[in-house]
Design a protein. Sequence first.
Length: 256
Amino acid sequence: MQALTYMAINHGPLADLGDIEMLSNLRRVDLSFNSMKQIPESLGGLNIIRLVANNNKLTGLPPVVWGHPSMVWLQVDNNNIGNIPEDSTVENAISLRTLLMSNNSIAVWPSGISDLFINSISLDGNLLLSIPPEVGMLTSTSILQLNNNLIRSISKEIRLLTELKVLDVRNNSLSSLEGFDGLRRLDELYLEGNPVCSTFLKSESAIVQQLVLSNDEAGRGCKRQCSPYCQDVQLDLGKCFAECNIAVCKFSGGNC
């Protein structure tokens, strides 16, 4: 057992993983689709690089997991995780590149993640009301999913995200796109379901108007997607995306 590098216990009734610190070679853990309410702190003593614990009953994660220095991929979608506590030491997660926290109960921008070099961040389906100036520190981020929140404003510092290629802010309460004119490398922008889409962008700069227009023409921008979480472009990528695997998206007949 000590030689184990990958452990998958999913789609079951697991509620408690127990003490696993004896599994010193463990690197990847999949605990998805169980009934876990907490992740054991003993996991923090291992050199885990990938933790998947989506679809459980988690309300939080221990600081040793938030601030795990070797963690590259952290996926905890579809739980009931609230705001990341200030003592989470998330700033120590120096290897983290993918953070997936869709469909939780996060109402405040996670403290500390702006200090990291994260490539992909999914905070869609939470309770965020605003995106603070710290967002401008995410200069390595190329994918940012903020759709299906309660966001009324995004700091103009978002213009500093020079590597951002995909931004999804559908189904929020945005009436302004200030700062979006700095997103020169942005390939995909999703805006449907925001007040700004019904104002014809009259108060936006010419650069922002052209950005939205070009995305509208490509079937993005303010255009409706097949579901609130799926992006239609995903349907043609030949991969299975859970958010698209529904009948309304006609994605492989809802089976992939």
